[in-house]
Design a protein around this ligand. Structure first.
Ligand SMILES: C[S@@+](CC[C@H](N)C(=O)[O-])C[C@H]1O[C@@H](n2cnc3c(N)ncnc32)[C@H](O)[C@@H]1O
Length: 225
């Protein structure tokens, strides 16, 4: 992912060039929450943004640091909880999170934190699993089925049989949570797999055939009021 020349979104690599969600990021102050190996930050830094990337995991950040040395560019990496980021308020024009905070952090905590970190008029862009896919993936792991396996309200906080908790609020919940945190919702893009695409090489949560029929991921865009 660090080697990719430009930004793509999600399991099936929808080009940012086609979606146009981020726009021109040159000279923007950008924060990535739950950055993992920080490849998304690398893409934005190469496009001219001034980036800071945050993750809870020292191991993920060690990989990010190794990739910075190997491929560049270098930007600050901060080990912290996305629900409590040790950075000054109102410092960023754009907060992004790609399969990060939205699934792993409590939305009642990380959305207000994202709002605190943004300047008025700043944007929040996050990618997460679709609410529909969360309704179709059995708790004992596995791949999204073509039937609903849990109730809509149960998906808000999913406890997987193998351990781990994920948050998959409904669309109504997201709108309410975003508004409560001071955001105005601008868009929600539903991402599909291309009709002729293959399965993802290691993320097995949805098959390409499933994701060609139903959106596997949601890309939310909101502005801080
Ligand atoms: C799917 S991964 C990262 C996504 C990233 N785009 C990537 O693929 O490398 C999710 C990340 O969320 C991080 N994470 C989980 N809970 C977190 C929290 N409370 N605060 C910050 N990061 C968290 C994990 O350490 C992990 O790196």
């Amino acid at each position: 992912m660090w080697a990719r020349p430009e930004a793509v979104w999600g399991l099936f690599s929808v080009a940012e060039r086609d979606l146009g969600v981020l726009g021109d990021v040159r000279d923007l102050d950008v924060l990535e929450l739950a950055c993992g190996t920080a490849y998304f930050s690398a893409w934005l830094a190469r496009a001219g943004a001034s980036v800071v990337a945050v993750d809870l995991s020292g191991d993920q950040l060690a990989t990010a640091r190794r990739m910075q040395r190997r491929r560049g560019p270098v930007f600050p990496l901060v080990q912290a909880d996305a629900e409590r980021v040790p950075l000054a308020a109102g410092r960023f024009d754009l907060v992004v999170s790609e399969h990060g905070a939205a699934a792993w952090c409590d939305p009642a905590r990380w959305l207000p934190e994202a709002a605190r970190l943004l300047r008025p008029g700043g944007r929040l862009v996050f990618l997460t699993n679709s609410h529909l896919s969360a309704l179709c993936v059995p708790a004992g792991e596995g791949v999204a089925e073509e039937r609903l396996v849990r109730g809509q309200r149960e998906a808000y906080r999913v406890q997987w049989d193998g351990g781990g908790i994920e948050f998959h609020p409904s669309h109504g919940d997201w709108v309410r949570l975003l508004r409560r945190a001071g955001f105005v919702v601008d868009a929600m893009h539903e991402l599909y797999a291309p009709p002729d695409g293959g399965d993802h090489p290691f993320y097995e949560i949805v098959s390409a055939a499933w994701a060609a029929r139903w959106p596997a991921e949601e890309l939310w865009v909101a502005t801080r009021g």
